[in-house]
Design a binder for this molecule. Structure first.
Ligand code: NAD
Ligand code: MN
Length: 497
């Protein structure tokens, strides 16, 4: 049961939601899992249980997919004018905005992240995202095609791809849900959303708000559950498209299954992104940027700048500045307004990060800051911001995604060398460059193999700007027109006149 101390720290609306019984959202109904199974969501800052949610199984996936299919093919959704679809998505944006404080608290409690970060990043970006995609329904156009045949009209219709199974991770629970749901709804699809087992609460609240603002039942269904629920969704023959964000290992399986069934699939996976400081960079800005790039969200970001390349002549200066910043970081529970770095998501994640750090030390990486759990007396899964210096890129800490607050820094001599080293990874999500040299910036932007290159600003993001990975970091792009297009199918119509 939730402890009084925990929920005392929440405002009334968040407390009411967290303490209420939680149900799957299928069509218009809020239901238990058919087989009655549940899972507990924990507070990463204390390890305490916050809430119990249903653990959806095959039968529930069946029901949710049927509700989504029904809404797609027979309900008001498919007859609805695009402008009305736009209005509903905009209304959901407004509802999320009206519940900003509540959602930020729910997110902070369930995920552990600082409540301020939850509000200005997760919730605010969710609102911006929904609002951006609310602009698209009325702009989805086919074309009339200049075919050679005489007395022939040939045109395309851009139609919704169908029922979308969407599986999201725990690092930005509400925002990742919005990244999936918004383009699907804009395209006229219907959705079965599966939040991560560690952070099920904000997706349930989003689903409730969607019903409250008037989305027809079945358009957005929310199934809480674990990996087995996700696997059922991927394998369900009634699902037309899978959208997945999570680990590369699971993404590979999801992609293989979806492709085998010839479902549409987009995957946003892991990374080991390189952040490169050039010799002429504004060192202060680069240090600040490099710090944020890795320690933001306690390192639990797919696009974390986890490999730092520094010119040999300023290596010691840059690393000393990073050690200084890391030593001043204020770790604490997400709901404490003074907290800068929250805990890791789970005991497993803390152990995983610890294993990676031990392996780094054993393999000869030089530990300059952090290196272990913090605030252990709190019962939470905190980890000190950790910094390694390494000579080359051969160690596991330089190659594997850690998904925690662990930065691996290395000195380099030549531009060609650093580009080669930055690219020598199976991943390709993001890369960063810090320089005042315009031509070097653009040359590197071209040479780096990544879905996104940040110049003098790590982590810039906008609903209009495509995001996604090359190589093992994923398939497809989210955001903008490309993100919408992934939820549309072109139908070509030939009319002999
Ligand atoms: P995960 O890939 O196991 O989980 C992500 C989502 O997929 C969750 O909703 C989960 O329930 C679901 N899932 C798990 N197994 C599934 C399956 N077989 N079929 C369908 N869905 C399934 O990630 P995790 O275990 O939470 O974290 C492990 C590692 O993944 C992290 O340490 C990190 O390296 C990486 N990760 C990456 C991201 C990202 O944003 N790219 C996010 C979270 C985790
Ligand atoms: Mn949780």
């Amino acid at each position: 049961m939730p402890t009084t101390a925990l929920t005392d720290r929440l405002d009334a609306s968040a407390r009411e939601f967290v303490l209420a019984p939680h149900r799957l959202l299928i069509g218009a109904a809020a239901v238990e899992a058919a087989d009655g199974r549940t899972l507990a969501s924990l507070d990463p800052s204390s390890g305490a249980e916050i809430a119990t949610v249903p653990l959806a199984g095959r039968h529930d996936v069946d029901r949710a997919v049927a509700a989504a299919r029904d809404a797609l093919e027979t309900g008001p959704w498919q007859r609805m004018p695009a402008a009305e679809r736009a209005r509903l998505i905009a209304a959901l944006a407004d509802a999320v905005e009206d519940h900003s404080d509540e959602l930020a608290e729910i997110e902070s409690l369930d995920n552990g992240k600082p409540v301020k970060l939850a509000k200005v990043v997760d919730v605010a970006d969710t609102v911006a995202y929904l609002r951006y995609f609310s602009g698209w329904p009325t702009k989805i156009e086919g074309g009339v095609l200049p075919v050679a045949a005489e007395r022939m009209l040939c045109y395309t219709r851009m139609e919704p791809v169908g029922v979308c199974g969407q599986i999201v991770p725990w690092n930005f629970p509400l925002l990742m849900a919005a990244w999936k749901v918004a383009p699907a709804l804009a395209a006229g699809c219907t959705v079965v959303l599966k939040p991560a087992e560690q952070t099920p609460l904000s997706a349930l609240r989003l689903g409730e708000l969607a019903l409250e603002v008037g989305f027809p039942p079945g358009v957005l269904n929310v199934l809480t559950g674990d990996g087995s629920t996700g696997a059922e969704l991927v394998e369900h023959p009634g699902v037309d498209k899978i959208g997945f964000t999570g680990s590369t290992a699971v993404g590979r399986q999801v992609g293989a299954k979806a492709s085998g069934a010839l479902k549409r699939v987009t995957l946003e996976l892991g990374g080991k992104s390189a952040n490169i400081i050039l010799p002429d960079a504004d060192v202060e800005a680069a240090v600040k940027g490099a710090y944020q790039a890795i320690y933001f969200n306690s390192g639990q970001a797919c696009n974390a700048g986890s490999r730092l390349y520094v010119p040999a002549q300023i290596f010691d200066e840059v690393l000393a500045a990073l050690v200084d910043r890391a030593s001043q970081a204020r770790l604490g529970p997400g709901l404490d307004p003074a907290t800068q770095l929250g805990p890791l998501i789970s005991a497993e994640q803390q152990e995983r990060v610890m294993r990676c750090v031990r392996q780094g030390e054993a393999e000869g990486a030089h530990l300059l800051a952090g290196g272990g759990p913090a605030l252990t007396e709190s019962g939470g899964w905190f980890f000190s911001p950790t910094l390694f210096a390494v000579e080359d890129d051969e160690l596991a800490v330089s190659r594997e995604e850690i998904f925690g607050p662990v930065l691996v820094a290395s000195a380099y001599e030549e531009l060609e060398e650093v580009v080669r080293r930055a690219n020598s990874t199976p991943y390709g999500l993001a890369a960063g460059v810090w320089t005042r040299d315009l031509s070097a910036a653009h040359r590197l932007a071209q040479m780096l193999k990544a879905g996104t290159v940040y110049v003098n600003r790590w982590g810039a993001s906008d609903p209009a700007a495509p995001f996604g990975g090359v190589k093992s970091s994923g398939v497809g792009r989210e955001h903008g027109w490309l993100g919408l297009q992934a939820h549309l199918e072109a139908k070509t119509v030939w009319v002999a006149l």
